[in-house]
Unconditional design. Structure first.
Length: 273
């Protein structure tokens, strides 16, 4: 092929070559555009996955916090349950002690009753009643009453003891001695019960395990004064503690609780041996 022929041939092919290049450029452009779309889509998916991972992590933290809180509540509930069980055991023990003390008191009362019946039922004559003579003593706050076959002289707890204590307060011994002097004058040979009573409030501090124990301790304090400073003899005295089992009035008010805190000197029909 001559030079002119080659030139003519190339001239004829140039449009075809140009068209092919243009087609290739368009294809590449389309591929680039498609690749960019895929890149954008992948970036969007990646962002969504990251957002989801963050949300899941936050949710996991919240669940862990709730789980920790639930564990604390379970522990607190368990501690409260253990405390309630301890309280129940203490109350059960106190109830058993109260029942035992009540049975002991009942037996003592039954024995006194049986003894009186064997002796023909010794009685206290009305004209020699302590009700007629005690008011002359004029002891503030002291109450006297007939209770069936016995006479009860109520010594108020707030006049006898320091708060929450079985220790006698100033002036308590004189009050006890005044009441005992009248008993010794009128009923020198009768059996005298020294009976302690409390209100329903729990005993303060850890010195006493129950109100029964506090009532016995207070009765013993009064008993100590009776045998050391009065004419009453140890062989005509006995000590009982009733706790809060025998209230005179309702414990619903401070005045009622104050009235129920007392030590009673109880004059029985039975005489000492």
């Amino acid at each position: 092929m001559s030079r002119l022929s080659r030139v003519a041939w190339l001239t004829a092919c140039l449009p075809l070559i140009a068209a092919g290049c243009a087609d290739n450029a368009m294809v590449l452009k389309n591929r680039v555009a498609e690749a960019e779309k895929q890149h954008v889509a992948l970036n969007n998916q990646l962002q969504q996955l990251q957002d989801r991972a963050i949300a899941l992590d936050r949710s996991n933290q919240e669940l862990n916090a709730r789980l920790a809180q639930a564990d604390q509540q379970v522990e607190l509930s368990q501690n409260q349950l253990d405390a309630m069980r301890d309280q129940l055991r203490n109350v059960t023990a106190q109830l058993a002690q109260a029942r035992s003390e009540k049975e002991s008191t009942d037996k003592r009362v039954q024995a006194l009753t049986a003894s009186m019946q064997r002796q023909g039922g010794v009685t206290i004559e009305a004209n020699n009643s302590f009700l007629q003579t005690l008011p002359a003593v004029n002891i503030p706050g002291v109450f006297v009453r007939r209770d069936g076959d016995v006479i009860r002289i109520e010594l108020p707890g707030n006049s006898l003891f320091e708060s929450g204590s079985a220790r006698l307060s100033a002036g308590a011994a004189n009050l006890i001695s005044q009441a005992a002097a009248e008993i010794a004058r009128t009923y020198p040979d009768q059996i005298i019960g020294v009976e302690g009573h409390t209100d329903v409030d729990p005993s303060a501090g850890n010195q006493w395990s129950s109100n029964h124990e506090l009532s016995v301790s207070r009765a013993l304090s009064v008993y100590g004064v009776l045998i050391s400073r009065t004419r009453l003899q140890a062989n005509q005295l006995f000590v009982l503690g009733h706790g809060s089992n025998r209230p005179l009035v309702s414990n619903a008010t401070p005045e009622g609780r104050q009235r129920n805190r007392r030590v009673e000197l109880v004059i029985y029909p039975e005489r000492k041996n």
